[in-house]
Design a protein around this ligand. Structure first.
Ligand code: SF4
Ligand code: SF4
Length: 365
């Protein structure tokens, strides 16, 4: 193995050796908001106890995990949340917390500071009316804004993020300015913002809130022409046919509040992957679905061969798995996104004289 000199070398090494370097640990599916695009399906099954969570944290540590994302539902609804966070801190994980912020007052903010998370990510869907239309919780905007302010006051690194929906796309530029200049927080710009996922039981309710074709086209155009930070994320994808599909089950994992271990927070199943029956490392190494996902390569996407939008497609096997039960097929939602990206980019390229024809490696898939 080549010597590890930079962070990039390190990431490449762990990727090839399939270390579960990062885990999305969902602590509860209980939530005090009722977001219209939520994909979670609550079961009657009991959620993990503090003891079980502590056991799995130790197993993650022993398996080589470095980075934990604690999420929910709303993780601060758990009475033992600080016990869990302190335990994770004692094991020296890099900790990130995803929350809606509504339960974070000054006392909680002080306790969070003591945990020294690398970031607390808080969702904000728009200004008051829009935010509360999405969260379906009156008063949630003020509570979330208050949490952002308290955490910043404590010196905690806060990242404000959003999901682009039909109802908020018109005010996102103003929201971005508000977050940066009034709240003095960072706003997460990312290419995946307009991605909405189906529910865990494969029902497609959340997709009804996704951008229409025209809205998505305008949103991507806006990113290209106005919001400089988003420009780089929309570049033509150069796909090596020998690459694995993504990091799911190779360097990322997900643990649900019911104790299922999944390859990714978006790619879930229920087949021999309960941590109540087998240890983290046994499932990670031996589970058939994890193995078959790892063995899959970009060249195995036979249904994508010859696709005119291939080089604009941000392929995610969770979409195809939800729609067809396979990692290697296509998905109507993915294809729609890629087609719109292509249309916008080709128009941009013509106008600016850039050559964005597909590369040879893309054609080989
Ligand atoms: S591409 Fe999809 S399945 Fe793969 S890691 Fe990303 S979200 Fe998970
Ligand atoms: S747009 Fe559809 S067919 Fe084309 S590469 Fe993506 S998933 Fe495959």
């Amino acid at each position: 193995m080549a010597p590890i000199k930079t962070a990039k070398d390190f990431i490449a090494a762990v990727h090839n050796r399939q270390f579960p370097i990062s885990c999305h640990f969902e602590l509860t599916y209980q939530c005090n908001m009722h977001c219209i695009h939520c994909y979670i399906v609550r079961k009657k099954t009991a959620e993990l106890t503090t003891g079980e969570i502590v056991t799995y944290l130790k197993q993650l540590k022993n398996a080589g995990c470095l980075h934990l994302i604690f999420t929910g539902g709303e993780p601060f609804l758990r009475k033992d949340i600080f016990e869990i966070l302190e335990h994770a801190r004692s094991l020296d994980f890099d900790i990130r917390i995803f929350t809606n912020g509504t339960l974070i007052d000054k006392r909680a903010a002080i306790k969070i500071r003591k945990i020294v998370p690398s970031a607390v990510e808080i969702s904000l869907y728009g200004f008051k009316n829009t935010h509360e239309k999405v969260t379906r919780m009156q008063g949630s905007f003020a509570k979330t804004i208050n949490a952002i302010a308290k955490l910043i006051e404590m010196g905690v690194n806060v990242l404000v993020k959003t999901t682009v929906l039909q109802y908020n796309v018109h005010e996102l530029w103003k929201l971005r300015q508000f977050v940066k200049h009034t709240l003095k927080a960072q706003f997460l710009d990312s290419k995946g913002l307009y991605r909405i996922f189906p529910c865990d039981d494969a029902s497609t309710g959340p997709l009804h809130h996704a951008l229409s074709d025209l809205q998505m086209k305008h949103y991507i155009e806006d990113g290209l022409y106005r919001h400089q930070p988003m420009r780089s994320s929309n570049k033509l994808l150069n796909i090596d046919p020998n690459l694995p599909l993504c990091g799911a089950g190779r360097r990322v994992s997900n643990i649900t509040p019911y104790g299922q271990l999944n390859p990714c927070v978006r790619l879930r199943f229920n087949n021999g992957n309960s941590l109540k029956r087998a240890s983290f490392i046994r499932i990670w190494c031996d589970n058939k679905l994890f193995k078959s996902l790892r063995a899959s390569r970009m060249r195995d996407r036979k249904h994508c061969r010859g696709c005119p939008s291939l080089s604009y497609c941000s392929y995610c096997p969770s979409y195809t798995y939800f729609e067809t039960g396979s990692f290697l097929t296509t998905s109507s939602e993915l294809c729609r996104q890629a087609r719109i990206q292509k249309e916008v980019y080709e128009k941009w390229s013509q106008k600016h004289g850039e050559n964005r024809t597909s590369s040879l490696s893309v054609q080989k898939i």
